[in-house]
Ligand binder design. Structure first.
Ligand SMILES: N[C@@H](CCC[C@H](N)C(=O)O)C(=O)O
Length: 289
């Protein structure tokens, strides 16, 4: 089976072109290929296929094989993949995902790297799934849960997939940045009863009204170098709390994303890089879990 490894800010996935390849058990394949010691090594698997509603479809599997509705860094790479492989001649494409149809524009690029903007749709904030503007007028957006004896406040945000945004102020920094302990809060929140479908967790530090820094514990993949939907969720939560302006730079371990909230459409645009790492070929029958 042919595949391409691609990454956005170090959030890396194995991409398979399902116009040409048949994948019988994508969840198992995701686990096999994502293994950083016995496989290709990635945060998950992304299948690019046909769609009757959009130009292409994208299916996302985390490294543990679980299904995700959407992947922000991954979808920018899909845009680069289909353009570079002449599957479209247009720099503007639509992609069907489990979180709806997303619209993308490849702004610039060469063989190695492209810059892509994605309309990520409307963030839904809090239990009542409010828009950013509606949430701005609300006082009680935050929820509190007991995570292994520690009370953690967070804001629930859906970008089509679930997120919990936690501010670092007031939280002992060591407990989210310190090796295994980072994992413990993120990992415990991911599987907490408060999130029936699990959750991604963003740990946010607001630098000023134009800049935030985040680390993300991803559902199904653990801590990653970057998360596109996580950056949008964190930015939306900051805007809803009036901590930042409507245009914000999000710094992640692997680099920066530019996030813009469109007041008229109520949607978020995300701009960032998409890079090809290498093409490869794998004999999936010889792979064992
Ligand atoms: N890395 C992604 C998100 C991938 C899916 C996520 N782990 C989930 O299960 O929802 C991104 O860039 O958005």
């Amino acid at each position: 089976m042919h595949f391409t490894k691609m990454e956005g800010l170090g959030n890396d996935y194995v991409y398979v072109n399902c116009f040409e390849e048949k994948v019988d058990d994508p969840q198992r394949l995701a686990r096999l290929l994502s293994d950083r010691h016995r496989g290709v090594g990635s945060d998950g698997l992304i299948l690019i296929g046909p769609s009757d509603k959009a130009d292409f479809s994208m299916a996302v599997y985390n490294s543990d094989g679980s299904i995700a509705e959407m992947c922000g860094n991954g979808i920018r790479c899909v845009c680069k993949y289909v353009y570079d492989n002449h599957m479209t001649e247009s720099r503007r494409i639509s992609v069907e995902t489990l979180a709806g149809i997303k619209y993308l524009r490849c702004i610039s690029g060469d063989r190695r790297q492209s810059i892509v903007t994605v309309d990520m749709g409307a963030p839904e904030i809090g239990r009542d799934r409010m828009t950013v503007d509606a949430a701005l007028t609300e006082k009680m957006l935050e929820e509190r849960i007991d995570v292994s004896g520690k009370m953690i406040s967070f804001i629930r945000v859906s970008m089509g997939n679930p997120h919990a945004v936690v501010w670092l102020d007031g939280l002992d920094v060591a407990c989210v940045t310190d090796g295994e302990k980072t994992m413990s809060i993120g990992a415990l929140m991911e599987k907490h009863d408060a999130f029936p479908s699990g959750t991604n967790v963003e740990f946010v530090r607001v630098i000023d009204r134009d800049l935030i820094q985040i680390r993300v514990w991803e559902r199904g993949s653990g801590e990653t170098m970057a998360c596109g939907t996580g950056a949008c969720a964190a930015a939306a939560a900051c805007m809803a709390k009036n901590y930042t302006n409507n245009v914000v730079t999000v710094q992640l371990g692997g680099g920066e994303l530019h996030i813009e909230y469109d007041r008229n459409k109520k949607t978020i645009n995300m701009t960032g890089p998409a890079r090809k790492v290498f093409d490869g070929q794998v004999d999936i029958f010889s792979q064992e879990e």
